[in-house]
Design a protein around this ligand. Structure first.
Ligand code: SF4
Length: 361
């Protein structure tokens, strides 16, 4: 049997596959792709089940101290009007999420030190006091102490995408950044008992299938509870404006292989994927995804959180978006989950990310 078939057989039987085998799967051609997607869908159904977790995302500040080459929020993008939501506005958005039936709110921002650790902790506490919501944070790289304070305040999960496992590419894309420091943050988050999410972009300039395989292996080594995988989409106000973007096909293949390698993880059908194809969400749900993150950022500022262009959710009203999602899920016979959607493979605060021994440590 050829390399693709052998790798798929092994991955479908829950055997660990190596970098070469992951590359064989990522190389799937048009004839092989349906088998890859079907295998990922079966693994998804057998491990995390058919229910789809809905997480309301609130993007509360688009200020950022960093200057990532691919991102519209980078500090040198002077054409972007900046905004910060006040504490009460964040609370209101969380309240709306609870009223619409969400069980998780994701608080996301650029790396904005305007909000002190204590201010974020207060927001988490107020949300937890008032609403029956799990809280996910996605606030970038902060100190271990900040992460600790937020965890104690009640934060359940933290998303910190590693973006690329290629150290050189990481340094190029994130000036002043260091992959090892990012991984240190992920390790801290694990130690502190967060359900921890990472993720990567597909189609970055200079990225190869071997790099993508390293991304997947890194997330497997970290034992992440969540993995966000989306295409790189060039933004007109960034240095990478003329670069070619990631493709739908390769993004879906990466998602499917990630499901095979991290069977119990939560994998969102990312908004970036929906930007590439109107039915991107449906496709992602068919090849391993089990999470959707509708946007509950207040309408007055939602169009200013443009990490990448033509973001598909900036005009959608939450009620309408939710109705669309509900009907899609009914069509796919994938019920919306009713619980918090805590990670199945979550082992809780023992720092079990096996970082040691890999080259990026
Ligand atoms: S990717 Fe994140 S850290 Fe980098 S500029 Fe954008 S918001 Fe800031």
């Amino acid at each position: 049997m050829e390399a693709f078939g052998l790798a798929l057989q092994k991955a479908s039987a829950s055997e660990q596959i190596n970098q070469r085998e992951i590359v064989a799967l990522l190389s799937a051609d048009a004839e092989q792709m349906p088998a890859l997607f079907a295998a990922a869908d079966t693994v998804r159904s057998n491990t995390v089940g058919d229910a789809v977790h809905l997480r309301a995302i609130v993007e509360f500040s688009n200020y950022c101290r960093k200057n990532c080459l691919y991102c519209g929020l980078r500090r040198d993008n002077k054409s972007l009007p900046r905004y910060r939501l006040a504490e009460d506005e964040i609370l209101q958005a969380a309240g709306k999420a609870a009223a619409l039936g969400f069980r998780t709110v994701v608080l996301q921002s650029g790396e904005d030190l305007f909000y002190s650790a204590a201010a974020i902790a207060r927001i988490i506490e107020r949300i937890k006091q008032k609403h029956d919501l799990a809280v996910t944070l996605s606030l970038g790289e902060r100190s271990r102490e900040d992460y600790r304070v937020w965890r104690e305040a009640g934060a359940d999960r933290y998303l910190l995408k590693h973006e690329t496992a290629d150290e050189r590419l990481f340094r190029f894309l994130k000036p002043g950044g260091d992959l090892r420091e990012r991984l240190r943050c992920l390790h801290w988050l694990k130690e502190l008992g967060y359900q921890t999410g990472s993720g990567n972009m597909v189609g970055l300039p200079g990225q190869s299938l071997a790099t993508l395989a390293e991304d997947i292996l890194l997330m497997r080594d970290l034992n992440v509870e969540m993995a966000g995988i989306g295409p790189f989409l060039p933004h007109h106000a960034t240095p990478l404006k003329s670069a070619a973007g990631g493709t739908l096909e390769l993004t879906l293949k990466t998602l499917a292989v990630t499901r095979l390698c991290l069977p119990g993880a939560h994998l969102p059908a990312t908004t970036a994927l929906c930007t590439l194809a109107p039915d991107g969400r449906r496709m992602a749900l068919g090849c391993g995804a089990n999470v959707i993150m509708p946007n509950l950022t207040p309408p007055g500022v939602r169009d200013k959180y443009l990490i990448y262009p033509q973001k598909s959710d900036i005009t959608e009203q939450p009620e309408l978006a939710l109705a669309g999602i509900t009907s899609l899920l009914a069509e796919l016979a994938r019920p919306p989950a009713t619980g918090y959607g805590h990670a199945q493979n979550f082992s809780g605060g023992n720092g079990n990310g096996k970082l040691e021994g890999r080259v990026y440590q």
